[in-house]
Design a protein around this ligand. Structure first.
Ligand code: SAH
Length: 224
């Protein structure tokens, strides 16, 4: 997990276009999300060993027992967030930085938190291409606490399986804001329901449930 493939060849671009077409076939309709994902070389975020399969619609290991989400899931969750340019977005679970980059490519100001020190350190060091995305800020911490010093956020996204809707994060969401998270309980650890929480202008919450999905668990506390 230390070498980053920096060439975006015609082969990569061709495979990426095929992946984007397959996401459309699977029901992703937001053209801006599809375009953003087509602009980002997913293989940059993966170990070289995955270079040939980086454009399959699959999750892959990124070290420390964590995974980069399946492209369909990234597209689906991003589409539910309805990102507008310059919005402040809080992401819990930086992982490979792929999802954060999709949000940044859509023009959001991204604040992303990772609880695992090794993944956090790796993100800071090994991605020269991230210099293109000055609108991503990295934090090492516990996502359950959010980032009160930067609140309120227009949008919040959790990219790990949350056992409940964290109250602290609701507090950090702007009235009118949207929060998308995979919600699941311990009884069924491999399956969650993609959930969208809207904070109305009067502060009440509207909760919508979407497809089933499968994420690694959201854990509390930082890990050294
Ligand atoms: N968005 C990532 C997905 C990574 S998987 C990507 O595009 O690759 C989920 C990540 O959430 C893991 O890296 C895991 O360490 C992290 N995570 C889990 N619980 C967390 C918490 N409470 N705070 C911050 N990060 C957390």
């Amino acid at each position: 997990m230390n070498t980053v493939e920096v060439t975006d060849s015609y082969r990569h671009k061709g495979l990426r276009q095929q992946l984007i077409d397959s996401l459309k076939d699977k029901g992703i309709t937001d053209e801006l999300v599809l375009k953003a994902m087509n602009n980002i070389p997913r293989h940059y975020f993966l170990d070289l060993a995955f270079d040939k399969i980086a454009y399959e619609d699959r999750a892959f290991p990124i070290g420390e027992g964590q995974t980069i989400s399946q492209p369909y899931t990234v597209a689906y969750q991003t589409q539910l967030l309805q990102i507008n340019q310059f919005e402040k977005v809080l992401e819990i679970g930086t992982g490979s930085v792929y999802q954060a980059t999709v949000l940044a490519e859509l023009g959001a100001k991204v604040f992303t938190i990772e609880r695992q020190k090794n993944l956090f350190d790796k993100n800071k060091k090994s991605y020269p291409f991230l210099s293109k995305y000055r609108n991503i800020k990295f934090f090492y911490g516990d996502g359950y606490l959010g980032l009160p010093q930067y609140a309120p956020f227009d949008k919040i996204i959790i990219t790990a399986a949350a056992p409940f809707i964290p109250e602290r994060l609701i507090e950090q969401l702007k009235p009118g804001g949207i929060f998308v998270l995979p919600l699941g309980d311990d009884e069924n650890p491999n399956q969650q329901i993609m959930t969208r929480v809207k904070k109305e202008l009067d502060g009440t919450l509207t909760i919508e449930e979407f497809e089933n999905c499968s994420f690694v668990p959201m854990l509390s506390g930082r890990q050294k």
